[in-house]
Ligand binder design. Structure first.
Ligand code: HXC
Length: 270
């Protein structure tokens, strides 16, 4: 085990992709008010997309939408919805159509997590995370699919890598994200003939996010071996997002792209 120092990545997507790549395109992002999904949304806006961000906390969404609009010169609007409520998601989709007239890209990112052993986890606790992560993804796909079909658009589902092996205190998220991975694969197969793509981004430990904070009890350092030699940054996930939604990835569907510095699949020399 090696303790890994955080190092800022040097590349961000605007130095690689055109800033007008997604001009005229519209992104619908659940969980876009904070953390990784906010970074994914802002990167898409920096390349020309307009966006609607969906979450439970309207204050946070409104502030994030304002800040991202100011930073990018694009339009971002908030919509309050709990992904566990299909009707609320349908209202968010209606708001997107009213504002922008279409939806090209969807990020299914809303998620919940906490550390708990299965022996101490209530049925309701397990069910809550399945309902947010897996059923919330299903609800989001159901609400958006007619519009994504119409635009021959694309989905990115935000999963994880912790279910590739048994990860302690993560039985709820492991089960939930395995379901998300499977849902994306079936979506890719069924909707491919309609011109719709579906892929998964599986972030490893990403510094400075609520997810990482929740999984790292105060006072404890990350102690994982990361072949890339640093923790992930939100920008790393954002860069992968821009690529996967771009035409450069038009023949990539049904895939899972870990953005984890090689943590899960490689051995380190350290
Ligand atoms: C044990 C817990 C718990 C904990 C909640 N519960 N926290 N059990 N340990 N730390 C139990 C509650 O007691 C309750 O069960 C049940 O879970 C539902 O809790 P509520 O608070 O009523 O649910 P809700 O308000 O809907 O909140 C959902 C949540 C919460 C998931 C529990 O943490 C949340 O809203 N999280 C959203 C933000 C978040 O988690 N972000 C991080 C995402 S990162 P009982 O039996 O008492 O009724 C991520 C990445 C994963 O997902 C991959 C990382 C590498």
């Amino acid at each position: 085990m090696a303790h890994v120092a955080y190092v800022q990545p040097t590349v961000d997507s605007t130095s690689v992709f055109n800033s007008n790549l997604f001009n005229g395109k519209v992104l619908f992002c659940t969980g876009g008010g904070s953390g990784i999904c906010r970074g994914m949304t802002e990167a898409m806006m920096r390349h020309g997309a307009d966006a609607i961000i969906i979450g439970r906390k309207l204050d946070r969404l409104t502030q994030a939408a304002k800040e991202m609009s100011e930073a990018t010169g694009r339009t971002c609007i908030p919509a309050q919805a709990d992904v566990r409520q299909p009707q609320a998601l349908k209202s968010a989709v209606a708001k997107a159509i009213e504002q922008f007239g279409k939806i090209d890209f969807v990020i299914c990112g809303a998620a919940g997590n906490f550390l708990a052993p299965i022996s101490g986890m209530s049925e309701n606790a397990f069910r809550t995370v399945i309902e947010i992560d897996t059923i919330g993804t299903y609800n989001t796909v159901k609400a958006t699919l007619p519009h994504v079909r119409a635009s021959k658009g694309s989905y990115i589902h935000v999963s994880a890598t912790l279910h590739y092996r048994g990860t302690p205190y993560q039985v709820h998220v492991s089960a939930a994200k395995a379901g998300v991975d499977a849902l994306s694969a079936v979506l890719a197969v069924e909707e491919g003939p309609h011109g719709v793509r579906s892929n998964v981004i599986a972030p490893g430990p990403i510094a400075g996010t609520e997810g990482a904070d929740r999984l790292t009890p105060k006072g404890r350092e990350f102690s994982v071996t990361i072949p890339a030699g640093r923790l992930g940054d939100v920008k790393d996930v954002a860069n992968a997002t821009v690529f996967l939604f771009s035409g450069a990835a038009s023949y990539i569907t049904g895939q899972i792209l870990p953005v984890d510095g090689g943590t899960e699949h490689l051995r380190s020399v350290a």
